[in-house]
Design a protein around this ligand. Structure first.
Ligand code: ACK
Length: 217
């Protein structure tokens, strides 16, 4: 019945404490603001606008999507494959409600999404579904590669896209594409991977407390 369906969440994940959410949002806004002003970004502006001469305000271009979190398992209230098994997993049940420290190791921007890459620890990987990368079509990337926080999406883009964009960049790296080094910024080094894909590898990872829990919506 409907009550039974409600017993599984929309998704499980790590939820950032609200005080650090603001900090992460500010960092991401600062990055977008700076990226916007770079000559190298302006040179590739058509990736975002479709027209070379048009301007783009990246802070307006991306819309925030709810509370900041790193999805572990998208359950779709039980309709997603493996949802029930995940919810019943011993480690998931055991660690539900506990606090973790997430390490954000990079920020990335594409014409579709802006996000933060999350580098998972061995313990955090215990909560990571075995098939998260394969489900997205990436068979050779290490487990946990898809872990991210969606910071914003372009109009008409769903947040599921953020993890796919991250996997795309990591696949290029794995294939040996070094990307075009752009510059050393205060936060880290900026690389361009073509087709509007920008990666800022953070000099110092951002560590943020987060609670492993679920979202019903
Ligand atoms: O930004 P996200 O990780 O991308 O957080 C949201 C959350 O679930 C609620 O929509 C993610 N999400 C949506 N659909 C999927 C999917 N098919 N596979 C994995 N994650 C998904 C979305």
């Amino acid at each position: 019945g409907p009550l039974e369906e409600m017993s599984l969440p929309l998704f499980f994940g790590w939820f950032l404490l609200s005080s650090v959410q603001d900090k992460v949002r500010c960092t991401s806004m600062d990055f977008l603001k700076t990226l916007d002003t770079l000559e190298a970004f302006k040179k590739h502006l058509s990736d975002f606008t479709g027209k070379a001469e048009k301007e783009v305000d990246l802070e307006q271009y991306f819309q925030a999507k709810g509370t900041l979190h790193c999805t572990t398992k998208f359950c779709d209230y039980g309709k997603a494959p493996g949802a029930k098994e995940y919810a019943q997993n011993t480690t998931v049940k055991e660690l539900y409600g506990s606090a973790f420290e997430l390490s954000l190791s990079a920020l990335f921007v594409t014409p579709r999404t802006v996000g933060a890459r999350v580098s998972l620890t061995e313990e955090q990987l215990l909560l990571w579904p075995a098939d998260a990368e394969e489900e997205a079509g990436s068979t050779s990337l290490p487990r946990g590669s898809r872990a991210h926080i969606t910071l914003g999406c372009a109009e008409h883009v769903e947040p599921v896209q953020t993890g796919l964009d991250l996997l795309e960049i990591l696949t290029l790296q794995q294939e040996g594409q070094q990307g075009e080094p752009i510059e050393e910024m205060e936060l880290g080094s900026l690389t361009y991977y073509g087709e509007g894909r920008w990666l800022l590898t953070l000099r110092e990872p951002i560590c943020t407390p987060a609670c492993f829990s679920s979202f019903y919506g």
